[in-house]
Ligand binder design. Structure first.
Ligand SMILES: *[C@@H]1O[C@H](CO)[C@@H](O)[C@H](O)[C@H]1NC(C)=O
Ligand SMILES: *[C@@H]1O[C@H](CO)[C@@H](O)[C@H](O)[C@H]1NC(C)=O
Ligand SMILES: *[C@@H]1O[C@H](CO)[C@@H](O)[C@H](O)[C@H]1NC(C)=O
Ligand SMILES: [Zn+2]
Length: 285
């Protein structure tokens, strides 16, 4: 009985100590991986199922935020989640922009997508006891294809992707970056989907096969194995046209902003899911 009571308390504590979403919060990444997995070819689905850690129980969504959880343990991986582009230019160029704070080339989310794509291409090759851990490569790649679709993960340098722009989201103080990682998705879930992420996933899935079906074919197109530069260019454009637009230090963002930006977030989530699947299909095809 005492033990039982303790467990109840522990359970409640756990519930309140781990907020539902943070990062293209856990929900954003979860959604993208959940959209992707059913779109895998047989070969890709088999490879993913072989590479996933056992505790994931063949659910890519459950480990889609693994890269955020190891960000501090794998300190070197922190610059691989984003790209800083020159302030107010609203363009992206790999050579110019894909580097970390120390100027080391390739250390950005686009470089990381290329890196983990190359590593995964060695999967199943007879000669390769790959020097890399391909489970980690899969988890990094799945996460980074999500991140590169978050418009403010390809943002301006001096505000660190809008991390230094203070705003209010309705009644809550925050920063603009977090609005795009989490707040828009969470508010949409609460207002339109019964606070149930699965309902939002279903709605996106449905639109991918109906209103977006022709576009979705175009989203998949890539003349290489992975096409992160295309996604980054779209990202900084969306950041300028939608995320930064009309926002100043201490702006109060409410329904006007939420309702006009929600379709952009839905589109980026859908593109992220479709493109993650297409990339894995090309890798393992
Ligand atoms: C490539 O992957 C390896 C193994 O995880 C890592 O050590 C290296 O920093 C990565 N480089 C980039 C640019 O992603
Ligand atoms: C590969 O990485 C995963 C996740 O970090 C880890 O659990 C696993 O032990 C690693 N495998 C090997 C062979 O090192
Ligand atoms: C799905 O498409 C309909 C029609 O364009 C739109 O009203 C709705 O907001 C979309 N839902 C999502 C989750 O994208
Ligand atoms: Zn990330």
């Amino acid at each position: 009985m005492e033990l039982c009571k303790f467990h109840t308390v522990a359970f409640v504590v756990i519930l309140f100590c781990f907020p539902i979403a943070y990062g293209w919060g856990t929900d954003g990444h979860f959604i993208i991986c959940r959209l992707a997995q059913p779109r895998l070819t047989k070969a890709a689905a088999n490879a993913v199922s072989q590479l996933l850690p056992a505790y994931a129980q063949n659910d890519l969504g459950s480990v889609c935020s693994w890269a955020d959880r190891v960000r501090f343990r794998y300190h070197w991986s922190a610059p691989l989640h984003f790209i800083d582009t020159p302030d107010n230019l609203c363009t992206y160029q790999y050579k110019r922009d894909c580097k970390d704070g120390d100027g080391i080339q390739d250390r950005c989310v686009a470089g990381a997508i290329n890196n983990y794509t190359t590593q995964l291409l060695s999967y199943g090759k007879a000669s390769s006891a790959s020097q890399y851990n391909l489970t980690e490569a899969l988890l990094f790649l799945s996460h980074f294809i999500g991140d590169i679709h978050q418009p403010l993960h390809v943002g301006f340098t001096s505000d660190r992707g809008a991390n230094t722009i203070d705003i209010r989201w309705y009644n809550t103080k925050g920063v603009l970056h977090h609005v795009w990682d989490t707040n828009i998705i969470e508010t949409a879930e609460k207002r339109f989907y019964d606070s149930d992420v699965e309902e939002l996933i279903d709605a996106l899935q449905k639109n991918i096969t109906t209103v977006w079906s022709a576009q979705a074919k175009a989203w998949e197109a890539c003349n290489k194995i992975a096409c992160p530069d295309l996604y980054a260019s779209e990202g900084i454009k969306a950041a300028c046209d939608w995320a930064y637009k009309g926002v100043d230090e201490n702006s109060v963002l409410e329904d006007d902003y939420f309702l006009s930006r929600r379709p952009v977030v839905n589109l980026r989530l859908a593109q992220g899911g479709v493109r993650l699947a297409a990339t894995l299909n090309r890798i393992f095809g």
